[in-house]
Design a binder for this molecule. Sequence first.
Ligand code: 13P
Ligand code: SF4
Length: 359
Amino acid sequence: APSDPGLVERARAAKEKLGERVFVLGHHYQRDEVIEFADVTGDSFKLARDAAARPGAEYIVFCGVHFMAESADILTSARQKVVLPDLAAGCSMADMATAEQVAECWDVLTEAGVADVTVPVSYMNSSADIKAFTGRHGGTICTSSNARRALEWAFGEDDPRQSRRKVLFLPDQHLGRNTAVRELGMSLEDCVVYNPHKPDGGLTAQQLRDAKMILWRGHCSVHGRFSPDSVRDVRERIPDVNVLVHPECKHEVVSAADQVGSTEHIIKALEAAPSGSKWAVGTELNLVRRLAARHAPDKEVVFLDRTVCFCSTMNRIDLPHLVWALESLADGKVVNRIEVDAETEKFAKLALEQMLALP
Ligand code: 13P
Ligand code: SF4
């Protein structure tokens, strides 16, 4: 539906009043009505980097989810204030790993005698606490666009299969498994899944000793909806279709697809695609709809599944919330500030900076 013209006008006026003092970041999964007001759009890696590259802006309005705003706060100076227009915009995947659970997991690894050879690699989609745990134990953060380089760095060898190190991958088991198997040449047997709801993660000490990748049992509910059947269906429906999916999809889905990549990769792949080509895209629906509209009628872009699949928490940031945040800032009132405490920030920053320094 088209945006309310009154709200559009108010957003424009508030942004104009704030001028250079505000910088609005928008993740690719945001609604069109919000993307329209973003100074920059990107995947989670690009947004983390861009937030850090704006030392002049007093306010960073983050149109995305909570862990992204936390990361922006960690990477910007103390003087800069990061605002999340709706505090209920969380991420169910990030919520699947709590600080207590991860501390308990580390005890289990210690007990099994493998903690000293284990390097934590945590997906950006995690709380600041988990990032701090990662930094404390000499690990790195990664996103879907640099997961391969993060794992190569963690294993520290040309051939990760020869390394004596292990990786504890948090919290998305699918990105961890897909990257290890598809990009590092590991086998599915090299990976075990640590279930935080079971005693000892549901694993024996021997299983932990034998594993190369210890995958946290977390997943994205949005990407979890795609199945090998969705791929089979679309191939039947559209002959010659190219299937392009996000690495948060299950391993069976990624294996059935033609290409896999982060949101930024998906956008670039479609830009580079020849006229007349057909694409089924397996990621969040706001982005797929925007890409379908951008490329029609030159290229056909469809959603991989027949049912709709928005990220409900990304969608919480809508034009009314954005207007409220911008107008409050323009009136000198800082609302919904996301501020990570100093101790957490110190260690989380180590892990984020390690990511930014990956080759
Ligand atoms: P990217 O934008 O890094 O591909 O991440 C997707 C995502 O799920 C963000 O929550
Ligand atoms: Fe989290 Fe999935 Fe939504 Fe991304 S798409 S914010 S991983 S729930």
